[in-house]
Design a protein around this ligand. Sequence first.
Ligand code: GLU
Length: 306
Amino acid sequence: MDVQKVLKEINTDVRAQIGEFEGRVADYIPALACAPEDGFAMAVYDINGNVFEVGDISTTYTIQSISKILTLTLALQRYGDSLWARVGKEPSGTAFNSLTQLEFEKGIPRNPFINAGALATCDALYSRLSAPTFHMLETFRKLSGNGRISINTDVARSEFEHGHRNAAMAYLMKSFSNFDNNVEDVLKAYFSFCAIEMNTRELARSFGFLANRGRDIHSGDIIIDAKQNSQLNSLLFTSGLYDASGDFAYRVGMPGKSGVGGAIVAFVPDRFSVAVWSPKLNKYGNSSAGLYALEQFADRLSLQLF
Ligand code: GLU
């Protein structure tokens, strides 16, 4: 199977229609609005450590909601199944930043990949780590293979200044006794996680453990135990792409996670971690060109799990 050849073909195909993909760059966080509309990159890490890549591979961007995978990983390491008393495992069927469901369901977010669920998970982590942002950054530095990965402080600040919905969710959870720490402190940590910046190769490498039974591809270190890794993949399959997770499962057939910075990561167990980036988002907040590229990748290499 010639992965590099397939990526090259997809790059040519995407480039030819890059202006035609639906949607627009996220602008509800002002600092994200200047992302290049026609940017595109894709990288594949196989579990033997081989990397294949095309497009604007050295362009960096903030990973946004994709950080929620690592927040959950670190929280599961510390809490195990008791974490599920605070956050559910079901698809939400509502937007990633919806408040209404949280009110109806008494402050228990549907899953850890919508904003409310990630905030509850982040709050749990905050209770167990003395320096959560530093810990998260260090973990990404190790996983990505780039010791200089950093937080885009302009984006983190912009998110904090415009993060009223996220603050509302956190306070609503606090009113239901599902939030332990100071809301502003946890929001700052959450926005810093979202504003961690890297390129597409580093993104694919960082999450390689999800395709590798929970072990880092390069060091062999256990990032999460094999059973939890399989559970995490299952949750990503059902809830990783907000209220378009069903469509992603149908079109791409892999577990994955998107972020409003325009990146998506997806996993083929025991084979690959794949990352794609293109900042124009559809109405669900998912990269339009990224979805197309992943669908092509899955089709051309017959990678759908079912
Ligand atoms: N930082 C973003 C927010 O909290 C993350 C959203 C996303 O990527 O889905 O709104």
